[in-house]
Design a protein around this ligand. Structure first.
Ligand SMILES: [Fe+2]
Ligand SMILES: [Fe+2]
Length: 473
């Protein structure tokens, strides 16, 4: 007996009382938590980095254009961080989020330090031989392990920043984030003032944030002094020394509501506001960050969004409603940024513990989307795409009428895209196989009305051909 479909009237965004003007900085700082997750950082790392950057900018008396470029560069600096996650995971054969975090606490320009780091982190928990193999693999790929990984991250981050419509100054800063004052940084080995000023401030700010959070302000002062003239611009380190003990600086970085503190630091004459087009761009940009996390999902989110809209249109939902479902499709797997590639890309069957980690991605999706007022509207249903009518899904174990129409649409769209894509353990399935699997589960896992609409839709637009012929990202 098919579970009843719970139909609720759709309230368009314009009809919401709280849909007043929203700052772009509010949206980006909320979404930056996704980037904290992928970089293995503590919550609000990017926000605190931006707070430190703004305090340095004020101390250096920078103009507000530069302050604004820095504001967003600090928040978005890890946009490309997912692009090298799979490679870093396979190189170290370890949880890349931990590697990404811990490597920020060492001087990776020192060969000895890097060798020690590899020895203590590569293939943790493996046998001596396995660990030795992993360490040798890192040593052999040393060049790629530094220049290649950083290059991919910085270039991708800069590209997405430009796609979001931020000024070149912001994109250039992200591109040069890991360049060092003495020329020993990556990827281009720029030195001194040839490194953009915003990148120099951002580079110091992100290091300070990690040290302040992990070891306190004294440790942050020490590392700034030790790396002065090596990693960091001496003048910017001096600016930091001047404010490091100031009560207002310490209060700002230790405040429990970092995002609110950051809002107050945005240059007043540079405030940007979001409109519908901007929300779409933010959703699209973050869908690219999500899909870049694993080589097996390079076009997943966009594909799910497209299929979900096709089903919604076939069911006769309004264009405004379909637009919201499109955004939900783009962001439904944003929680995967909090899951290690050890699990996401595992070629074999997941252990119970790994499966539980995989399941956590929808929890992350829900909590991440709830942070942004306009995305909060679909946080519950976007994060319900693995729920099944018979109650066998996750993470809430919803059943039947507890699962909304939108979640039912996303569930079918998600499975369709996933089945047709290649996976580490199998090739992408044919149209016939995919349709047969979805149809077989209609009424038990999937909503029959949605499956029927999906069947009409795929037939009307040659969906499987479209999916197969999508250009590489
Ligand atoms: Fe998912
Ligand atoms: Fe998905």
């Amino acid at each position: 007996m098919p579970a009843p479909l719970k139909k609720q009237p759709y309230v368009a965004p314009g009809e919401c009382a709280n849909d007043s003007a929203i700052r772009l900085s509010e949206v980006i700082s909320a979404m930056s938590y996704a980037l904290d997750l992928v970089g293995g950082h503590r919550e609000n790392h990017a926000v605190r980095t931006a707070i430190i950057g703004q305090h340095l900018a004020m101390q250096l008396k920078l103009d507000t254009d530069t302050q604004s470029a820095l504001f967003y560069a600090a928040l978005l600096k890890d946009l490309g961080c997912s692009s090298n996650a799979a490679r870093m995971c396979s190189l170290f054969q370890a949880d890349e989020r931990k590697i990404k975090h811990d490597i920020r606490l060492i001087d990776w320009t020192s060969q000895l330090t890097t060798a020690r780091f590899s020895m203590s982190n590569a293939r943790r928990g493996g046998s001596f031989t396995e660990r030795l193999k992993a360490v040798l693999g890192i040593a052999v790929n040393k060049e790629e392990a530094s220049r290649g990984l950083i290059n991919v991250r910085c270039q991708r981050g800069a590209d997405i920043t430009s796609m979001l419509g931020f000024p070149q100054q912001t994109a250039d800063a992200i591109l040069a984030l890991d360049e060092h004052w003495n020329g020993n940084g990556q990827p281009l080995g720029l030195s001194g003032s040839s490194i953009p000023l915003v990148a120099r401030i951002c580079s110091l700010s992100q290091t300070l944030e990690v040290f302040i959070t992990e070891h306190g302000i004294d440790a942050a002062c020490r590392v700034a002094t030790q790396r002065r003239g090596k990693w960091f611009d001496p003048e910017i380190v001096s600016a930091f020394s001047a404010i490091a003990r100031a009560p207002e600086f310490l209060a700002a970085i230790h405040h429990t509501d970092s995002r609110q503190v950051l809002q107050s630091l945005e240059p007043h004459n540079q405030v940007r506001w979001v409109d519908e087009e901007k929300y779409d761009r933010v959703a699209l940009a973050f869908s690219q960050v999500i899909d870049a996390k694993s080589p097996w999902t390079l076009r997943h989110s966009e594909g799910v969004a497209m299929i979900a809209v096709g089903i919604a249109d076939t069911l006769g939902l309004s264009s405004v409603h379909a637009k919201e479902i499109h955004r939900a499709g783009l962001l439904h797997d944003i929680g995967k940024l909090g899951v290690s590639n050890l699990v996401l890309d595992k070629p074999g069957k997941l252990t119970d513990e790994e499966f539980s980690q995989m399941q956590s991605h929808t929890r992350y999706t829900q909590s991440l989307l709830k942070r942004v007022s306009v995305f909060e509207r679909f946080a519950d249903y976007a994060s319900a795409h693995h729920e099944r009518l018979d109650g066998t899904g996750y993470h809430r174990g919803l059943k039947g009428g507890e699962i909304t129409l939108e979640a039912r649409i996303l569930a079918v769209a998600d499975v369709c895209e996933a089945l047709t894509a290649d996976r580490p353990y199998r090739e992408g399935m044919s149209a016939e196989q995919t349709l047969a699997i979805i149809t077989a589960d209609s009424g038990s896992a999937f909503c029959p009305e949605v499956v029927e609409a999906f069947a009409h839709y795929q037939d009307s637009c040659n969906l499987f051909e479209q999916l197969k012929n999508r250009p590489a990202p």
